[in-house]
Design a protein around this ligand. Structure first.
Ligand SMILES: *Cc1c(COP(=O)(O)O)cnc(C)c1O
Length: 344
């Protein structure tokens, strides 16, 4: 490829386009009306992913925002409270949906790069008293987007699980990038299934499907979730074309996530050596968040890279985020490394 024409899109792992193999799977999908539960491919995807996590049932939805919001609505009533980290996607990036959809309040905690622990959570579980909203749900995110792709191990989650059981509180996982976490920890998805009441998994992030997320839970939870999906307008008809991409992604795109992590570390190492960069968060998975020195405003830096074919976004004051994914070739990573080295 002509280097001058090369576009390297580091804005998000959602920008990937279906591979030829994935398109083939989509074209040949057997479909039906999923609102009647008659789409074979949607049913197959739901069964497959429920089986991977050892959970009873699953529901295919258009987005991760929808699977999270449905879960929150399933696990809370109005006037109750959700506990999550202040970086949480469910709080920051879902349009205020917790208030709008569930009429619940939120208790924000300040974890370690988005990761909370049981000792931190326990004092924020409200006692049974009319003054306080009832604490009924804890939401964890793994990996943590705003934590720079930081991850929990199951050992870290287990005490939170026990606390929630003891206090009779539901535990939901925003696992938009759960397979990135599993790639690093080697933990078993089936053990996740034992600890969480709900799990949301994005197929459209690192797994490379064009659209879709899945909510996992008990039969009872998913029965309720199906009603909520309908009222939110998320009941899709011949969605099997999209579910086929999800099945293909689960079969073919999990093992390669380690390549994304390797590329993220290459970019992080390059940034650490740059005089324009003040600080780089540890690149634990496929996200690199870094802080610029005062030489350039973050917007200027983004523009400079843009002129050289590299797309990225600002992520707060003087902060930039790079995300690696399956549409990045070695040449593209190399072009980015060389460009960053030349920039001054
Ligand atoms: C992307 C993402 C979601 C879901 O986003 P959608 O764009 O609605 O699919 C949820 N949680 C996290 C942490 C995410 O990064």
């Amino acid at each position: 490829m002509n280097e001058n024409k090369m576009i390297v899109d580091l804005r998000s792992d959602t920008v990937t386009k279906p591979t030829p193999g994935m398109l083939e799977a989509m074209f040949s999908a057997r479909i039906g009306d999923d609102v009647f539960n008659e789409d074979e491919t949607v049913n197959a995807l739901q069964e497959k992913i429920a089986d991977i996590f050892g959970m009873e049932d699953a529901l295919f939805c258009p987005s991760g925002t929808m699977t999270n919001q449905i879960a929150i609505k399933c696990f809370t009533n109005p006037m109750e409270e959700v506990i999550c980290d202040e970086t949480a996607h469910v709080y920051r990036y879902e349009g205020g949906g917790i208030a709008f959809n569930s009429s619940a309040s939120v208790r924000l905690l300040y974890g370690d790069r988005g990761r909370m622990n049981a000792d931190m959570i326990e004092p924020h579980i409200n006692p049974d008293n009319v003054h306080y909203p009832k604490s009924t749900l804890v939401v964890l995110e793994n990996t943590v987007n705003r934590g720079g792709g930081s991850y929990y191990t199951l050992d870290q989650i287990e005490p939170i699980y026990h606390l929630c059981r003891m206090k009779n509180i539901n535990l939901h996982l925003d696992g938009a990038r759960i397979f990135n976490a599993l790639t690093e920890t080697g933990d078993s998805p089936k053990d996740y299934g034992k600890m969480f009441d709900g799990i949301s998994v994005c197929l459209s992030k690192g797994l490379g499907a064009p659209v879709g997320s899945v909510l996992l839970g008990s039969k009872e939870t998913i029965y309720k979730a199906r009603r909520i999906r309908k009222v939110l307008g998320g009941g899709m008809r011949q969605a099997g074309f999209l579910a086929a991409a999800g099945i293909y992604a689960l079969d073919n795109h999990i093992d390669r996530l380690k390549d994304d992590h390797k590329n993220a570390r290459i970019l992080a190492d390059t940034l650490k050596a740059s005089a324009l960069v003040k600080n780089v968060m540890p690149a634990d998975t496929n996200i690199v968040i870094f802080e610029l020195t005062d030489k350039y405003h973050a917007e200027e830096f983004v523009e400079k890279l843009g002129h050289r074919g590299i797309k990225c976004n600002t992520f707060g004051k003087q902060m930039i985020r790079f995300v690696t994914h399956l549409d990045l070739s070695d040449d593209m990573i190399d072009h980015t490394v060389q460009t960053l080295k030349k920039l001054h």
